[in-house]
Design a protein around this ligand. Sequence first.
Ligand code: DGJ
Length: 730
Amino acid sequence: MKSILMATLLACGAATAVAAAEPEIIRISTDATDLVLSVGRTGRLYQAYYGEKLRHDADVALVARNAHVGAGGGSTENQWEVCAGGGNESHFDPAIAVTHSDGNPSTYLYYVSSTSKPVDGGTQTDIVLRDDKYPLTVTLHYTAYEDEDVIKTWSDITHDEKGSVTLTAYASTLLYFDRPAYYLTEFSGDWAKEVQMSSQRLRYGKKVVDTKLGTRAAMKVSPFFEVGLGSPVEENRGEVLMGTLGWTGNFRFTFEVDNLGNLRVIPAINPDASAYALERGDVFTTPEFIFTLSQGGTGEGSRNLHDWARKYSLRDGMGGRLTLLNNWENTGFNFDQQRLTELMQEAKHLGVDLFLLDDGWFGNKYPRSGDNAGLGDWEATRDKLPGGVPALVAAAKQAGVEFGIWIEPEMVNPKSELFEEHPDWVIHYPNRDLYYYRNQLVLDLSNPEVQDFVFGVIDKIMTENPDIVYFKWDCNSPITNIYSPYLGKKQGNLYVDYVRGLYNVLQRVDERYPDVTMMLCSGGGGRCDYEALKYFTEFWCSDNTDPVERLYIQWGFSQFFPAKAMCAHVTSWNRAASVKFRTDVASMCKLGFDMGLQGLSKDELTFCQQAVSNWKSFGPALLDGDQYRLVSPYETNHMAVNYVSKDRKMAVLFAYDIHPRYAEKMENVRLQGLDPDRNYKVEETNLMPGARSSLSANGKVYSGDYLMKVGLSVFTTGQMRSRVVRLTAQ
Ligand code: DGJ
C-alpha cells in the first residue's frame, strides 16, 4: 500500500505558523508500519507514532491529536520534536545544532511544507522546516519502501546567512519510542574479530556507540544496531528496530532513555572534532539512515533489509557473483609472474571464475615487497612482473579465468615516490611528528586534486587493461595525524569532506566502469555500510578466516547484509578444521578460495571442485532467496541456517557442529520458509569423495510442513563437522 500524505498542508512559507484546530499530519507508511508526524501548536513538527500499521485513518488522526496533549506530549519540553534544534527548550541531545554567523547557538525549526512523490520501490516524502529568526532551512527526506517495510531518511541543511554557520550536530534523524523496556544489541570488535554481538538493557541515561577512526571507521564497531522494544531481541519474535547508517566514516549512535522512560535514538555522523563550517548557499546532506521495525524478531527484519538491499541499494544487487581464487593468504608479497600464472591455472582447475591478485604487485623505486613501502606508486614492479599487468591479464585469459586486482588508492607509504612528490596531498600535521598505522598515511580526499589522482589509479589500470573485471579496494589505516593541508582553517570539515571526496571518486568509477565488480575491504571488515555498498557489489567481512570464528562473524553481518554481499574465502586458518568444514562455512556467503591448492590431497581438491559447482547451483536460494537463521552459535554449540528460493522450489540448509559437549542432546533442526504443502527431496551434498551421507533423511521426500515442524537430525557430537543439505521441491 502506498503511503498517504494525510493533509494537504496549509501553512506554507509561514515559519511562525499558528496551530490549526486539527494538527497537520504526515503519514509515512510501509505495508506493516506507520510513522506518523504532526505539526503541533507551536508550529513545529513532532513524532506522534511509530509502530505497527494503523488500520484506520481515524486512528492516525487520533494519535496525532494525542501527541500534543498526552503521551510524549504535554509540556513543550517533553514533546517528541522530529528535528529538535540545539539551544532550544528541550534539554536532550538535538538532531541539529547550529552556531549562526552572529554566534547565536539556538535553532528553532518550524514546519513549512510537505510533499510526496513515487520513487523507485517506494514513496518519498520531503518536509521543509525553517528557523523563524535565521534564514536556515532543513529539509527532511523519508523514503518508505512499502513491500520491504524499510524506511530510509536523511536531511539537507542549508542557509542564507552572511558568512558561514557552524554545524556542531547533524543527525540523520531522531526517533522516539515509548515501551516498557529497551534492549540494545551492538556489533563491536576489532581487527579479525568483527561484529561480535553483545546485548544490554538500556536504562536511564545515554549509551553512545561511536567511532573516530575516520577511514577504517568500522574496525571497532559497525554502523548498525538492533533495539528490542519491550523485550530482548529474539530471532523469530518480538518487536525490534534494526537500523544502519550509510556513512563510510565516523558515526555515532546515541540511545537515551529519558526521565519519562521513553527512548530517543539518534543516528548521526560523529560530530566529534567535526564542527562543520557551512558556507552560505551550500547544502549539507546527512547520510541515509536505513531502518526497519519488525514485529517478528530479527529474522524478519534481516529478510526485509536483504530484499531492500538487493533491489534498491547494493551495487548489482540483483546480479550474480564471481567465485574466485585470491593469493594473499597463500603467497603474501612473495610472488612473480610465473607463480601467478600457475595460480591462474589452479583457479581454472578449481572451477572458480576469477583469479584475484592481491597486494604487492607495484612500486619500482620503492618496491612493495612488504607493507612499509611502495603504496601510492601504482606501476607494476618490473623485477617481479616484467610484463606488467597486461601480461597477467593475458595469462589469465590463456588460463581461461577472469582477472581481478587489489588496490589501496587512498593510502601512501612515506617510502614512496608519491609522498616524495606530493607531501601536501597527505593528511598530516605540518608541525608534529608523524605517526603511522601499518606504516602508511592517508591521502587527503577533501582535496579535489587528490580525488582526481585516486580516480586516476583505477582509470589508468582500466585504460591499459580493459579486460580487468574485478577490483578489491582496500583501506588499511584509520586517519592519523588528523590535519588537512588543503582545508586551511576549516579543519572541522576534514572527516566529513574526506568521505564526500571518497564518494565523489567512487561515483566517477561507477559512471565510467559500471560493469566492473567491486569488492570493499578495509583490513577485514572495517568498512561495511550501505552508502559504500552503492558502489561495491560485496565486502570482505574479516581477515579472520578460521571457520569457527567465521560462523560468529557471518552470523553477525547476516543481520544486515544478504549473503551475496558478504565475501568468505576458504583458507588455511585453523588447519585442525577439515577442508570440508572450512569450505562449508565459506559456502554460505560469496565463495572464494585463498590457499595453496598444491597442499590439498586429491580428494580434498575434488571436494573443492564439487563444492564450487554446488555453490553455483545454490544461487536462487543463497544469493537471491530468503535467509532463515535457525540455530545460533551464541546460544548453542552448533549453528544452522537455511536459504529458500523466492519461488520456494529449492532450499539449502547449512548445519555446523562447533565444539559439542560429550553426549550432548541433539535437537532436530526445524527449517523455515518452505512451502508447507509441497514435498521436498532431501539430499546431503558437499560430501567428500567416496563418503556416504549418514543423514537418515538423505534421499527421502518430506512435506515442507514436516520439515518445518519436525525437522531434520543434522547435528552430531563431532567437533567441527558440517552438513550441507539441498531440498528440492518435487
Ligand atoms: C588487508 C586485507 O584485509 C587482506 O585481505 C589483504 O588484502 C591485505 N590487506 C593486503 O595488504
